[in-house]
Ligand binder design. Structure first.
Ligand code: PLP
Ligand code: COI
Length: 355
């Protein structure tokens, strides 16, 4: 793919690593590509990061035809190698999100190549302090200028980059999770398995409620019966119950997390039994009350491995592992970040060097 590059002649000052708040600082450049019915995906460019101009009638503003991804680039020293973690999986998932949202597919290899060019141009923005990385946000928006409901013909594909530290203010300290029994985020047959903005819009009210009660995130239950555990706002969930690791199966309303898949592969490789199955909230709360629930954690690109220290379901509060990070969560954090930051062997071939 031919990419026209226009360099930023007024680069910004960098934010010191200890002042990075998740997703608030952006680098000097972005990738942008257009789609229309005549030309397909075309006009790929890397340009200075900045505002884009859209008409108020652009479809994305009205019917939320939009999808996005989240992945990271890692580097532990300036001028050191830059790694991506299974980036091809993000572009595969993005194409699945395209299918669900009636957005035309794109060539994942070509976009990955464009991403690597963008990262190289903004490489000085990749933070190197422990726990930091460059968060990558590809997204596609529908830009047809009319307010009739239909799949758009015109789109923009954009990638922006953001140097980040920890997603949760707690860092690796366990987070408190509120079990939401009133609202739902997604339902089977809906868009839960796609990474589209609408899912997150639907989740805001639950998140707001949880935060008012001093909880970091929401644990969502299934949309039909409010009985089965699905996922947390920005991560998939795992529970160690009587020695077995259980994670909700992918039944269409859960995001198929790349960290989730990697953690399952890592755990099985280390000899743990992992069950992907329906997990009833009663079973989980009983296990938590009886002490059979030994550990719980979330997995995600932004959240990495995030231990869960407390669950609150309608006032039934269960503290997990004395609100401390457990040995499996710690092992997973060390193994996963060791691979991501290039500090450990990569037996699964998950790392991709940006050349
Ligand atoms: N579930 C939701 C709702 C998410 O937003 C994310 C983050 O991307 C995840 C799960 C974890 O997915 P991944 O591990 O691919 O980042
Ligand atoms: C991610 O982990 O990439 C996410 O998308 C989570 C959140 C920032 C929405």
């Amino acid at each position: 793919m031919e990419i026209k590059i226009t360099k930023n002649t007024a680069p910004k000052a960098k934010v010191p690593a200890n002042e990075l708040r998740f997703g608030t600082t952006f680098t000097d450049h972005m990738f942008i590509m257009k789609h229309d019915s005549e030309n397909g995906w075309h006009d790929a460019q890397i340009v200075p990061y900045g505002p884009i101009s859209l008409e108020p009638s652009a479809m994305v503003f009205h019917y939320a035809q939009e999808i996005f991804e989240g992945l990271k680039a890692y580097r532990t020293k300036e001028d050191g190698e830059i790694f991506l973690f299974r980036p091809e999986k993000n572009f595969e998932r993005m194409n699945l999100s395209c299918d669900r949202m009636c957005i035309p597919r794109f060539d994942g290899e070509q976009v990955l190549d464009a991403l690597e060019q963008l990262i190289k141009l903004d490489a000085s923005w990749i933070p190197t302090a422990p726990g930091t990385s460059l968060y990558i946000r590809p997204f596609i928006i529908a830009t047809d200028r009319q307010v009739g409901v239909h799949p758009s013909h015109e789109y923009l594909f954009i990638i922006i980059l953001s140097p980040v530290g920890s997603y949760f203010k707690e860092g690796l300290k366990p987070v408190k999770i509120y079990v939401e029994t009133e609202y739902t985020r997604a339902a089977r047959g809906g868009t839960g398995m796609a990474k589209c903005g609408g899912n997150y819009a639907a989740s805001l009210i639950g998140q707001q409620k949880a935060e008012k009660l001093q909880y970091s995130q929401v644990l969502w239950l299934d949309g039909q019966e409010h009985k089965y555990v699905e996922e947390v706002g920005a991560m998939n969930v795992f529970f160690k119950i009587n020695g077995t690791i259980v994670t909700p199966s992918l039944d269409g309303s859960i995001l198929p997390g790349i960290t989730r898949r990697s953690v399952i592969e890592l755990l099985r490789h280390k000899g743990y039994t992992v069950e992907e199955r329906l997990l009833h909230i009663d079973e989980l709360m009983e296990a938590a009350n009886s002490g059979a629930l030994e550990e719980a954690w979330g997995t995600g690109t932004a959240a990495v491995i995030s231990p869960i220290g407390e669950l609150n379901r309608e006032g039934n509060i269960c503290v997990i592992n004395n609100n401390a990070i457990g040995p499996v969560s710690q092992m997973l954090y060390d193994e996963l970040t060791g691979i991501q930051w290039g500090l450990k062997d990569d037996p699964f071939g998950w790392r991709r060097i940006v050349k």
